[in-house]
Ligand binder design. Structure first.
Ligand SMILES: *Cc1c(COP(=O)(O)O)cnc(C)c1O
Length: 490
């Protein structure tokens, strides 16, 4: 699938995550120039000139290259280097063996597969690029806790078993105004746990406009089926009224569910019920109300182009019995599924057997606690996600200009204003203005090379040119980004 481009520097990143994957990672392999015209005998000659694996392994210079690695890895690297040369020759390229090829294969094989990537897409919460980068305080806390033992499930005052959520419960309650809080592995796990613990064997009511797919195949109807709750859909795709819910409530109803439209928007002739109305109905009819917020804005964001998203606290204040949201979306912390709400409801969730299977690990608790402390201390705008979203146009312009200077005169480029995305299934309509450096005359092939480099860079392509949006590029990454571009063989 190709996404149509808009001319004149328009931003075309699709509005939901699934398609973003296709966009960013679609590569167009081009046939090299002259393919099919090259003389077969020239090709055969070049192939014959390639040294054999045994010959290479016997060379002292190659042996010393391989010395720091295991024999297995070394042999694999030599095989890969030769195989790749072979493929390139067959493809018509004029290449010869060089020991650098073995060094490159060794680096690829021995280096980590999960690597730092420079995000020049302008999409702040890019699920494929790991969503929220952590604040230094959260990283330090992870390092401290990871290096030794901790009181993860040990109450130091009482000297007995404690709860692993304890470190974050008070912070979450203070932030959201809820009575109680708990945390699981991610927000998808929250939805599954809540539907299973509260809805199994009974019915849950969901608006047709909110029976959505969240991304990565996580579909509300499927999750409800998995949880053993019968899902009753009410209303229509674009309009659902309070009566629709009220008329569907029976003695089998366990839960009224509201799912945040995180990754798409309904515009035009549409109507939905507020959390306040739904919770009031629920209380009157003795049915619980659950709001899955997904993106979970913890404190208001003030930035150009960011639409008015409700905070978690405002949803809790409207009377929802239980609310879930992600730790690594707008909150700006580690991957986690945060659940806040009424004490008796959360007690049922904590007791459910699925909770043990979905539990959060200690490194996440550590990072989440440090992240929430920043909110407590009024320092939340230091969080990388919030800083990227609220960066002023002037800051972004300066950053783009610095990048352009670092690129130097060897690379043809221009600095232009553009628009970004929040991403990660958050604020689908927001398109905060940003600045980008456009690599002139560089298309998909250059983008492929940037992605495959030692410091991988993912940008975007518009009008057949590579755009490097600086919104999510840290100032400390500018030099590495410029070097990655300068070092390319164009
Ligand atoms: C993103 C999202 C989820 C899933 O959250 P993860 O943390 O990615 O598991 C669930 N519900 C909504 C409404 C979301 O936006």
């Amino acid at each position: 699938m190709r996404i149509p481009l808009t001319r004149g520097g328009g931003f075309f990143a699709p509005r939901h995550e699934g398609a973003t994957i296709l966009y960013c990672f679609t590569t167009q392999r081009r046939r090299p120039k002259g393919f099919g015209h090259m003389d077969d005998s020239t090709r055969m000659e070049r192939l014959r000139a390639l040294p054999s694996i045994d010959e290479l392994l016997a060379r002292p210079s190659v042996s010393s290259l391989l010395a720091p690695h295991s024999r297995n890895l070394g042999v694999t690297a030599v095989r890969e280097a030769v195989a790749s040369l072979r493929a390139r020759i067959l493809n018509g390229e004029d290449v010869r063996f060089d020991e650098k090829d073995i060094a490159a294969a060794l680096a690829r094989l021995s280096g980590p597969k999960l690597k730092r990537v420079i995000n020049a897409t302008g999409v702040v919460l890019h699920t494929n690029l790991g969503r929220a980068p952590l604040h230094a305080a959260a990283i330090d806390r992870i390092a401290q806790i990871a290096a030794g033992y901790s009181n993860l499930e040990f109450d130091l005052d009482e000297g007995e078993r404690g709860s692993r959520y304890q470190p974050v419960v008070e912070l979450l309650c203070a932030l959201t105004g809820a009575e109680d809080a708990m945390v699981v592995n991610n927000c998808a796990a929250s939805v599954l746990l809540i539907a299973s613990a509260l809805g199994n064997g009974r019915e849950v009511i969901v608006s047709r406009g909110e029976a959505v797919e969240i991304g990565g195949g996580f579909r509300i109807p499927d999750v409800m089926r998995q949880s053993g709750a019968g899902m009753i859909e009410v209303g229509t795709t674009n309009r659902t009224r309070l009566d629709d819910y009220a008329n569907a409530i029976t003695d089998q109803t366990a839960l009224l569910i509201k799912v945040h439209r995180s990754n798409f928007a309904l515009v035009g002739f549409q109507e939905e019920v507020t959390v306040r109305e739904l919770a009031k109905l629920g209380h009157e009819r003795a049915v619980l109300t659950y709001v899955d917020l997904g993106s979970g804005l913890a404190k208001p964001l003030h930035g150009e182009g960011l639409s008015g998203e409700a905070t978690v606290a405002s949803v809790v204040a409207q009377g929802a019995d239980v609310v879930s949201f992600s730790g690594d979306k707008l909150l700006g912390g580690p991957q986690a599924g945060v659940i806040v709400g009424k004490r008796d409801v959360l007690a049922r969730l904590k007791k459910h057997p699925l909770n043990r299977a979905l539990r959060i690990d200690k490194l996440t608790v550590a990072a989440l606690e440090a992240t929430l402390e920043l909110y407590r201390d009024g320092r939340e705008d230091e969080l990388p996600v919030r800083a990227a979203l609220t960066a002023s146009l002037e800051t972004l312009h300066i950053r783009a200009t610095r990048l352009a200077l670092l690129l130097g005169t060897g690379v043809k480029h221009r600095v232009v204003e553009t628009r970004g995305r929040v991403g990660g299934g958050s604020m689908p309509l927001a398109d905060p203005p940003s600045w980008a450096v456009v690599l002139e005359g560089a298309g998909a092939t250059i983008h492929d090379k940037l992605r495959a480099g030692e410091t991988p860079v993912v940008g975007r392509i518009a009008d057949d040119e590579v755009w490097l949006d600086v919104r999510c590029v840290a100032d400390t990454e500018l030099e590495a980004l410029a070097a990655a571009v300068r070092n390319l063989k164009w």
